[in-house]
Design a protein around this ligand. Structure first.
Ligand SMILES: Nc1ncnc2c1ncn2[C@@H]1O[C@H](COP(=O)(O)OP(=O)(O)O)[C@@H](O)[C@H]1O
Ligand SMILES: [Mg+2]
Length: 200
Protein backbone atom coordinates (compact mmCIF):
# COMPACT_ATOMS: atom_id res chain seq x y z
CA UNK A 1 0.00 0.00 0.00
CA UNK A 2 1.33 3.41 -0.97
CA UNK A 3 0.85 6.50 1.18
CA UNK A 4 0.34 10.03 -0.11
CA UNK A 5 0.13 13.17 2.02
CA UNK A 6 -1.43 16.03 0.03
CA UNK A 7 -1.24 19.57 1.41
CA UNK A 8 -1.64 18.21 4.93
CA UNK A 9 -1.89 20.71 7.76
CA UNK A 10 -2.68 19.95 11.38
CA UNK A 11 -3.27 22.29 14.29
CA UNK A 12 -3.77 21.05 17.84
CA UNK A 13 -6.83 22.59 19.49
CA UNK A 14 -7.68 24.45 16.29
CA UNK A 15 -10.08 27.34 16.74
CA UNK A 16 -9.24 27.85 20.42
CA UNK A 17 -6.84 30.32 22.07
CA UNK A 18 -4.55 27.29 22.61
CA UNK A 19 -4.23 26.47 18.91
CA UNK A 20 -0.77 25.01 18.14
CA UNK A 21 0.08 24.54 14.46
CA UNK A 22 2.14 21.35 14.14
CA UNK A 23 2.13 20.51 10.41
CA UNK A 24 1.66 22.60 7.29
CA UNK A 25 2.24 22.06 3.56
CA UNK A 26 3.15 18.40 4.00
CA UNK A 27 3.35 16.68 0.63
CA UNK A 28 4.98 13.34 -0.10
CA UNK A 29 4.37 9.89 -1.53
CA UNK A 30 5.77 6.72 -0.06
CA UNK A 31 5.76 3.83 -2.50
CA UNK A 32 4.51 0.40 -1.59
CA UNK A 33 7.01 -2.07 -0.07
CA UNK A 34 9.56 0.62 0.70
CA UNK A 35 11.49 1.37 3.87
CA UNK A 36 11.43 5.06 4.73
CA UNK A 37 12.92 6.96 7.64
CA UNK A 38 11.75 10.46 8.54
CA UNK A 39 14.12 12.51 10.65
CA UNK A 40 13.56 15.79 12.44
CA UNK A 41 14.20 17.61 15.70
CA UNK A 42 12.04 17.13 18.75
CA UNK A 43 8.86 19.12 18.17
CA UNK A 44 9.15 19.07 14.37
CA UNK A 45 5.95 17.07 14.01
CA UNK A 46 7.02 13.42 13.65
CA UNK A 47 4.61 12.02 16.24
CA UNK A 48 1.84 14.22 14.86
CA UNK A 49 2.41 12.64 11.43
CA UNK A 50 2.34 9.18 13.01
CA UNK A 51 -1.04 9.97 14.56
CA UNK A 52 -2.37 11.19 11.21
CA UNK A 53 -1.42 7.90 9.57
CA UNK A 54 -3.61 5.98 12.00
CA UNK A 55 -6.43 8.52 11.95
CA UNK A 56 -5.90 9.33 15.63
CA UNK A 57 -5.79 12.94 14.53
CA UNK A 58 -7.37 13.83 11.20
CA UNK A 59 -5.79 16.56 9.08
CA UNK A 60 -7.16 20.03 9.75
CA UNK A 61 -6.85 20.52 5.98
CA UNK A 62 -5.51 18.48 3.09
CA UNK A 63 -5.80 14.71 2.73
CA UNK A 64 -3.95 11.46 3.24
CA UNK A 65 -4.35 8.60 0.82
CA UNK A 66 -3.58 5.10 2.04
CA UNK A 67 -4.00 2.47 -0.66
CA UNK A 68 -7.37 3.25 -2.23
CA UNK A 69 -8.77 5.10 0.77
CA UNK A 70 -8.53 8.82 1.41
CA UNK A 71 -8.69 10.42 4.86
CA UNK A 72 -9.46 14.05 5.47
CA UNK A 73 -11.09 16.22 8.13
CA UNK A 74 -14.50 14.67 7.36
CA UNK A 75 -13.61 10.98 7.43
CA UNK A 76 -15.97 8.85 9.55
CA UNK A 77 -15.12 6.19 12.16
CA UNK A 78 -16.12 3.28 9.93
CA UNK A 79 -13.63 4.28 7.23
CA UNK A 80 -10.95 4.86 9.85
CA UNK A 81 -11.45 1.37 11.25
CA UNK A 82 -11.04 -0.10 7.79
CA UNK A 83 -7.80 1.79 7.28
CA UNK A 84 -6.47 0.84 10.71
CA UNK A 85 -6.68 -2.86 9.89
CA UNK A 86 -3.89 -2.37 7.37
CA UNK A 87 -1.59 -0.34 9.60
CA UNK A 88 0.58 -1.61 12.42
CA UNK A 89 1.49 1.18 14.81
CA UNK A 90 4.45 1.03 17.15
CA UNK A 91 4.15 4.08 19.38
CA UNK A 92 7.01 5.40 21.48
CA UNK A 93 8.09 3.13 24.36
CA UNK A 94 5.77 0.28 23.24
CA UNK A 95 7.13 -2.05 25.94
CA UNK A 96 4.99 -0.14 28.43
CA UNK A 97 2.02 -2.01 26.96
CA UNK A 98 3.30 -5.54 27.51
CA UNK A 99 0.95 -7.30 29.91
CA UNK A 100 0.71 -11.05 29.31
CA UNK A 101 2.25 -13.84 31.41
CA UNK A 102 4.60 -14.98 28.67
CA UNK A 103 6.39 -13.53 25.66
CA UNK A 104 4.54 -15.79 23.22
CA UNK A 105 1.11 -14.97 24.72
CA UNK A 106 1.84 -11.28 24.48
CA UNK A 107 2.74 -11.48 20.80
CA UNK A 108 -0.29 -13.73 20.06
CA UNK A 109 -2.73 -11.29 21.69
CA UNK A 110 -3.01 -8.87 18.76
CA UNK A 111 -3.53 -11.43 15.99
CA UNK A 112 -6.10 -13.33 18.09
CA UNK A 113 -7.89 -10.10 18.85
CA UNK A 114 -8.14 -9.59 15.07
CA UNK A 115 -9.78 -12.98 14.70
CA UNK A 116 -6.85 -15.28 13.89
CA UNK A 117 -7.19 -18.83 15.23
CA UNK A 118 -4.97 -19.80 18.15
CA UNK A 119 -2.68 -21.96 16.01
CA UNK A 120 -2.39 -19.33 13.25
CA UNK A 121 -1.66 -16.69 15.88
CA UNK A 122 1.03 -18.90 17.38
CA UNK A 123 2.64 -19.36 13.96
CA UNK A 124 2.50 -15.62 13.27
CA UNK A 125 3.92 -14.86 16.73
CA UNK A 126 6.83 -17.28 16.28
CA UNK A 127 7.60 -15.79 12.87
CA UNK A 128 7.53 -12.25 14.28
CA UNK A 129 9.67 -13.15 17.29
CA UNK A 130 12.22 -14.78 15.00
CA UNK A 131 12.24 -11.68 12.83
CA UNK A 132 13.07 -9.44 15.78
CA UNK A 133 15.77 -11.87 16.91
CA UNK A 134 14.16 -13.28 20.06
CA UNK A 135 15.43 -16.79 20.84
CA UNK A 136 12.95 -19.64 21.30
CA UNK A 137 14.15 -20.05 24.87
CA UNK A 138 12.51 -16.70 25.70
CA UNK A 139 8.98 -17.57 24.51
CA UNK A 140 7.73 -18.91 27.85
CA UNK A 141 9.45 -16.30 29.97
CA UNK A 142 7.60 -13.39 31.52
CA UNK A 143 8.13 -10.31 29.32
CA UNK A 144 8.95 -8.45 32.53
CA UNK A 145 12.06 -10.57 33.10
CA UNK A 146 13.63 -9.39 29.84
CA UNK A 147 16.09 -6.56 29.28
CA UNK A 148 14.73 -3.21 28.08
CA UNK A 149 15.91 -3.83 24.52
CA UNK A 150 14.34 -7.29 24.46
CA UNK A 151 11.03 -5.96 25.84
CA UNK A 152 11.04 -3.40 23.05
CA UNK A 153 11.59 -6.14 20.47
CA UNK A 154 8.77 -8.29 21.88
CA UNK A 155 6.42 -5.29 21.76
CA UNK A 156 7.37 -4.66 18.12
CA UNK A 157 6.87 -8.38 17.34
CA UNK A 158 3.32 -8.03 18.69
CA UNK A 159 2.58 -5.50 15.95
CA UNK A 160 4.45 -7.40 13.21
CA UNK A 161 2.50 -10.59 14.10
CA UNK A 162 -0.69 -8.86 12.95
CA UNK A 163 0.91 -8.85 9.50
CA UNK A 164 0.06 -5.23 8.68
CA UNK A 165 0.59 -4.00 5.14
CA UNK A 166 2.04 -0.80 6.56
CA UNK A 167 4.30 -0.73 9.61
CA UNK A 168 4.80 2.62 11.34
CA UNK A 169 7.34 3.04 14.12
CA UNK A 170 7.69 6.22 16.18
CA UNK A 171 11.30 6.53 17.40
CA UNK A 172 11.72 2.78 17.85
CA UNK A 173 15.26 3.08 19.21
CA UNK A 174 14.63 5.94 21.67
CA UNK A 175 15.99 5.22 25.13
CA UNK A 176 18.05 2.18 24.12
CA UNK A 177 21.83 2.13 24.53
CA UNK A 178 23.85 2.63 21.31
CA UNK A 179 24.39 -1.12 20.93
CA UNK A 180 20.66 -1.82 21.36
CA UNK A 181 19.85 0.93 18.84
CA UNK A 182 22.20 -0.54 16.24
CA UNK A 183 20.88 -4.04 16.81
CA UNK A 184 17.24 -3.01 16.48
CA UNK A 185 17.87 -1.06 13.26
CA UNK A 186 19.62 -4.08 11.75
CA UNK A 187 16.69 -6.29 12.75
CA UNK A 188 14.05 -3.96 11.33
CA UNK A 189 15.56 -3.91 7.86
CA UNK A 190 14.24 -7.30 6.72
CA UNK A 191 10.73 -6.01 7.52
CA UNK A 192 10.85 -4.08 4.29
CA UNK A 193 10.36 -7.13 2.09
CA UNK A 194 6.57 -7.32 1.96
CA UNK A 195 5.59 -4.35 4.09
CA UNK A 196 5.61 -0.62 3.60
CA UNK A 197 7.73 0.42 6.59
CA UNK A 198 7.89 3.94 7.93
CA UNK A 199 10.20 4.90 10.70
CA UNK A 200 10.13 8.28 12.44
N1 LIG B 1 -1.23 17.14 22.43
C1 LIG B 1 -0.70 18.28 21.99
N2 LIG B 1 -1.30 19.48 22.20
C2 LIG B 1 -0.78 20.63 21.74
N3 LIG B 1 0.37 20.71 21.05
C3 LIG B 1 1.03 19.55 20.80
C4 LIG B 1 0.54 18.29 21.27
N4 LIG B 1 1.42 17.32 20.88
C5 LIG B 1 2.39 17.96 20.22
N5 LIG B 1 2.18 19.30 20.17
C6 LIG B 1 3.04 20.31 19.49
O1 LIG B 1 3.09 19.98 18.12
C7 LIG B 1 4.39 20.17 17.59
C8 LIG B 1 4.92 18.88 17.00
O2 LIG B 1 5.12 17.91 18.04
P1 LIG B 1 5.41 16.38 17.80
O3 LIG B 1 4.58 15.89 16.67
O4 LIG B 1 5.26 15.69 19.11
O5 LIG B 1 6.94 16.42 17.33
P2 LIG B 1 8.07 15.26 17.39
O6 LIG B 1 7.39 13.93 17.49
O7 LIG B 1 8.82 15.45 16.09
O8 LIG B 1 8.93 15.56 18.56
C9 LIG B 1 5.23 20.73 18.74
O9 LIG B 1 5.21 22.12 18.65
C10 LIG B 1 4.47 20.24 19.97
O10 LIG B 1 4.67 21.13 21.06
MG1 LIG C 1 7.68 12.38 18.77
Amino acid sequence: MAITFKDVAFTYQAGTPFATPALHDVNFTIPEHSFTAVIGHTGSGKSTMVQQLDGLALPTSGSIQIGDTTMDAETDKKTLNQIRRHIGMVFQFPEAQLFEQSVIADVMFGPMNYGMSKSDAEDAAKKALQLVGMPESSYDKSPFDLSGGQMRRVAIAGVIAMEPEILVLDEPTAGLDPEGQQELMTLLRPCKRNTTSLLF
